[in-house]
Design a protein around this ligand. Structure first.
Ligand SMILES: C[S@@+](CC[C@H](N)C(=O)[O-])C[C@H]1O[C@@H](n2cnc3c(N)ncnc32)[C@H](O)[C@@H]1O
Length: 362
């Protein structure tokens, strides 16, 4: 009896995951060594540095070791190579040089959250919650984390102001409420676009001073009112706002608190304001398959970034991430609807939520 040849099963998906760990450390090490900054100093020459020059520039002893690291970064598309010289790729120049306006150099260190969250993840899933020490470590990391995300968020906020303007939803004297304001990147970018606007910026007591200081540094201090406390409960000095920002906060909250937070934002926005939600929604729950429906595997593969960020939340917070279905349901329960979504810069998904019964404006 002959048996049909079987297709060999490749271990590549498992190796890809193992290599994800080493890739992360290749990038972190290059940042620790100042490798991208060293190449940025030479960027005008356009010729790059060879391993000896690169070793000298970053204070390394062995050019051979630097070659292995640099060639790994070439394989990861973070450097390019021309003969025996190494150069920055456009992505490295824009996102990995520490002084670049859109630099993500510090974010690389803080984006995975507390390091102890990862070896503890199995226990978190067994018990249903991260260890208190992990949650406490995350609270201590927030100041560094929000500073690291500031440049990207300022870019998103500026694009959102332009979009609100285009829609006629950006009054000349807006009141802005920024719930979980972090570095103040959103508040300050929005205040800069409206010289007569005022903002209420809410965050935890150990983070709020960062936003307040950022506003002072930019000459906006007299137009920002800082409120320290839990964004779900702390009393605010206004009862309505033209624009309410929920940027990268919902996914870290358990579903019930996230629902209540969105409801608070919708109530503040009232009949004619807008709630701006920026997050990384993971795929909606599976629907019954029928002809023409997207394959669930394809949906998960496309949302790999969002799923991994949701797992990062699960590892160190009480949140699981959010889905677009959650946002629809929570908005609807609060008497509002998700009116539009757009991606002003890659991977930053913005959703606009408005009351279902806007007041007629004359
Ligand atoms: C991922 S950061 C986002 C910061 C900012 N919205 C941005 O997009 O740049 C989450 C922020 O929520 C704040 N936060 C977390 N829990 C909070 C709470 N219960 N009340 C107020 N702020 C909170 C954190 O301190 C942190 O600044």
């Amino acid at each position: 009896m002959s048996t049909a040849p079987t297709t060999p099963v490749s271990p590549a998906p498992v190796w890809d995951v193992i290599n994800g760990f080493t890739s992360y450390w290749a990038l972190s090490t290059a940042l620790d060594l100042g490798l991208f900054d060293a190449l940025a100093k030479d960027v005008d020459s356009g010729t790059g540095l060879d391993a000896g020059q690169l070793a000298a520039a970053i204070g390394a002893t062995e050019p051979g070791q630097v070659t292995v690291l640099a060639e790994t970064l070439v394989a990861l598309d973070l450097l390019s190579a021309a003969e025996d010289r190494f150069l920055l790729t456009p992505a490295a120049e824009r996102f990995l040089v520490s002084t670049a306006p859109a630099s993500m150099a510090t974010l690389v260190r803080y984006s995975p959250g507390p390091p102890a969250a990862w070896p503890g993840l199995a226990e978190t899933i067994r018990t249903g919650a991260p260890a208190p020490a992990v949650t406490a470590e995350l609270a201590g990391l927030y100041p560094a984390l929000v500073r690291a995300t500031g440049p990207t968020q300022a870019g998103v906020a500026t694009a959102v102001a332009a979009e609100l303007e285009r829609r006629g939803w950006w009054p000349e004297q807006p009141t802005i409420v920024d719930l979980g304001c972090g570095s103040g990147a959103w508040t300050t970018a929005l205040l800069r676009s409206r010289p007569n606007g005022t903002a209420i910026a809410v965050d935890l007591p150990n983070v709020l001073p960062i936003a307040e200081q950022a506003a002072v540094d930019l000459g906006l201090g007299d137009r920002l009112i800082g409120v320290a406390g839990d964004y779900l409960e702390v009393p605010l000095p206004v009862s309505t706002a033209d624009v309410v920002i929920l940027a990268h906060v919902l996914r870290a909250e358990p579903a019930e608190r996230a629902r209540q937070l969105l409801a608070r934002a919708v109530e503040l926005a009232g009949a004619n304001g807008v709630v701006v939600v920026v997050d990384y929604p993971r795929p909606d729950p599976a629907r019954p398959r029928h002809d023409g429906d997207e394959d669930r595997n394809a949906v998960c593969t496309a949302a790999r970034h969002e799923l991994l960020l949701s797992l990062t939340m699960l590892a160190s917070t009480a949140g699981l991430g959010v889905t677009v279905a959650d946002l629809h349901a929570w908005a609807e329960a609060a008497g509002a609807e998700l009116v539009d979504s757009f991606e002003p810069i890659p991977r930053q998904h913005v959703r606009l939520i408005r009351s279902r019964t806007p007041e007629a404006t004359s």
